[in-house]
Design a protein around this ligand. Sequence first.
Ligand code: C2E
Ligand code: MG
Ligand code: MG
Ligand code: MG
Length: 279
Amino acid sequence: KVKESGKNNCLLYSDTWENSSLERLKLQHDLKQALSKGEFVLHYQPQYNLCNGNMVGVEALIRWQHPERGLVPPNQFIPLAEESGMIVQIGDWVLQEACRQNKAWQDEGLTSIPVSVNLSIRQFLQQNLTDKVSQILKDTGLQAKYLDLEITESMTMDIERASRCLLELTSLGVNISMDDFGTGYSSFNYLKSLPIGRLKIDRSFVRDIEQEAGDAAIVAAIISMGHNLNLQVIAEGVENEAQMQFLKKHHCDEIQGYFWSPPVRGQQIAEMLQGVWKH
Ligand code: C2E
Ligand code: MG
Ligand code: MG
Ligand code: MG
């Protein structure tokens, strides 16, 4: 019996494995054409100031409108794009599209707010990243201060390189945010020496803020450390009133999460900025 179930498990495992590697190949194949077919779309998630409830920024989040699979979330294709190197072209498109959209909102006469764009490690390692960003800002006519670039702690492992690269980028006038803060390889020394403007507290710490004393302590500590280093602090993944109240009590600057809004289409951001939607 044990043997039999062992065999079944093995079969099941190998089945799943084969399916998933075949799946990956199929996705990889489709991904190569997705860009030229115009299948990517950006959604935008609002970021709110906790004192006055104003929308103070949006994060651009990519989705893939697959002809058969529907809307594919980034976790299902960004890792594949990273592996194959396609992330560089996709990332260029994201930067271009986010800047274009932000300028379009401004041209509609809406309140000017920065758009945050997630950078992947491969993009960050490109020699010509600063030139690219600079060119995209020129082409779209967006002022640098309305672009925020999100990096992760893993990109700062080579501190010399990261420092050089971030100084170049910030000399353009763009802001740098440290995404998923607290989950990665972090050294407080880096925070002090890198030209970072904002910390994004990872949502894994926010989720159980009410139940887990440890998470609450970490969140409070990140906020106070961030402020002492003159950084803005935003919390990700805020899903309910209690989490928001905790963050407010601890003077977190901004929040982003389903509680106030999921990622939405660009048109909906325009309506929100027009004041059709209010908090
Ligand atoms: P991230 O940069 O940390 O983005 C935040 C993720 O949390 C988004 O997932 C967002 O939809 C989700 N989220 C927001 N509020 C809540 C909440 O209240 N509760 C929960 N449970 N989740 C919330 P999404 O859009 O699926 O993106 C996942 C990750 O994919 C992103 O994490 C980012 O690392 C990556 N990604 C997304 N767009 C891009 C892109 O254009 N380029 C690159 N390189 N990576 C991207
Ligand atoms: Mg992000
Ligand atoms: Mg994050
Ligand atoms: Mg991330």
